[in-house]
Design a binder for this molecule. Structure first.
Ligand code: ZN
Length: 66
């Protein structure tokens, strides 16, 4: 999976940290959605919710102030 990185303030560390999030390969999901006649769309939505959002690379916290 693609990983995005940028700077952000971690509320857990109370410091500026490098934060990351797992990027979603939307092209791949779009192809799979077409191939499965829309069934994959549900997986796509679930994955976006579960893996979306920024996290601290040091403590793994999702408490990020952007
Ligand atoms: Zn942290």
């Amino acid at each position: 999976m693609i990983e995005e990185k940028r700077g952000g303030f971690c509320k857990q560390c109370k410091e500026n940290r490098v934060i990351f999030r797992k990027g979603t390969n939307h092209v791949l999901h779009l192809i799979l959605t077409i191939l499965t006649s829309g069934i994959w769309l549900l997986v796509w939505i679930v994955m976006s919710i579960k893996f979306g959002g920024w996290r601290c690379t040091i403590c793994g916290s999702s408490e990020i102030k952007s």
